[in-house]
Design a binder for this molecule. Structure first.
Ligand code: ZN
Length: 238
C-alpha cells in the first residue's frame, strides 16, 4: 500500500557508526530524502499547561530545516550551554510521507504515510522564551544543527489507524515522557490534512506530531532510550 521512500533510510543506518566519517555518512543518508520537517506545537493539553500556554484551537506549526536532522545512532551534541542556555528534549511521534499532499482528504493523508518513528525536537528553551516574549520567530531556538533527532523508519502498517500508538522516553532508565496518540488534540491523519491545506507537503517531508508533558533539560552524559511499541533506540548526550 505505502510507496517506498526515495532512499532506504533503514539500510543507510544499518552500517555501524564508529568514526566521524561514518557519522557524517549516516546523517547525510538520513537527511537525503527529507525536504522539510514540520513540527506541531502544543498537540497535548498537559504539555501546553506545563509551559503555561493556552490550548490551541488549530494546530500550531513551525519548521526545522533538513540540515538540523541527525540520526539517533550518533551521540547527541547540544549547543554550548554556556552560550545558548539549556537544551530541552521533546520526544515525539514522527511521520514521513511517501507521497505529495496538497489540500488532502483524510483518505489521501492516510495513504501518504510512508514511515513512522520517534524523534527528539530539541529546543533551546531559554532562548525560545525570550523570542516568544518579543513576538519573534523561534528558528534560533529550534533549527540549530542536530535539533531534529530521528530514529529508524518503521512500516506504517504496524500502527493501524494511529488512534492507539504509545511511546516512551527515558533518561538514565527513568521514565520522563509517556506519549499516546489517543491524547493528541489533533490526531495524525487530521494533522496531515490540516497542514496540507496550509502548504504543500512532499514525499520525504517529516512531521513531528508534538510532545507530551514531561519535557526537561538534556544533561551531558545522559543515556537516552526511545521506545515505540516493540522498537527501542538508545543514544547518549555528549
Ligand atoms: Zn516539539
Amino acid at each position: 500500500m505505502s510507496q517506498s521512500l526515495p532512499i532506504s533510510i533503514v539500510d543507510a543506518i544499518a552500517v555501524s557508526v564508529n568514526d566521524d566519517a561514518s557519522i557524517a555518512t549516516v546523517n547525510d543518508s538520513v537527511r537525503a530524502s527529507i525536504g522539510k520537517v514540520i513540527c506541531v506545537g502544543r498537540n497535548y493539553a498537559e504539555h501546553a499547561r506545563e509551559l503555561g500556554n493556552e490550548i490551541p484551537k488549530s494546530p500550531i506549526l513551525f519548521m526545522k530545516p533538513a540540515s538540523s536532522v541527525v540520526s539517533v545512532h550518533n551521540e547527541i551534541v547540544r549547543p554550548n550551554p554556556a552560550i545558548y542556555g539549556d537544551t530541552h528534549y521533546e520526544a515525539e511521534l514522527c511521520i514521513q510521507l511517501a507521497a505529495d499532499l496538497s489540500a488532502a482528504t483524510l483518505e489521501q493523508a492516510q495513504k501518504a504515510i510512508g514511515g513512522v518513528t520517534l524523534g527528539l525536537d530539541l529546543t533551546l528553551r531559554e532562548l525560545q522564551s525570550k523570542l516568544k516574549d518579543k513576538g519573534h520567530p523561534w528558528e534560533r531556538a529550534k533549527c540549530f544543527d542536530g535539533a531534529c533527532v530521528l530514529a529508524d523508519w518503521i512500516d506504517p502498517q504496524a500502527f493501524g489507524d494511529f488512534k492507539n500508538v504509545e511511546y516512551q522516553f527515558y533518561i538514565n532508565n527513568e521514565l520522563k515522557q509517556n506519549g499516546a496518540s489517543a491524547l493528541m488534540l489533533f490526531p495524525v491523519h487530521e494533522l496531515l490534512v490540516d497542514i496540507s491545506h496550509a502548504f504543500s507537503l512532499q514525499a520525504g517531508d517529516v512531521i513531528m506530531t508534538g510532545t507530551p508533558s514531561g519535557v526537561g533539560i538534556l544533561q551531558a552524559g545522559a543515556a537516552l532510550t526511545l521506545k515505540l511499541g516493540t522498537y527501542e533506540w538508545q543514544s547518549q548526550v555528549r
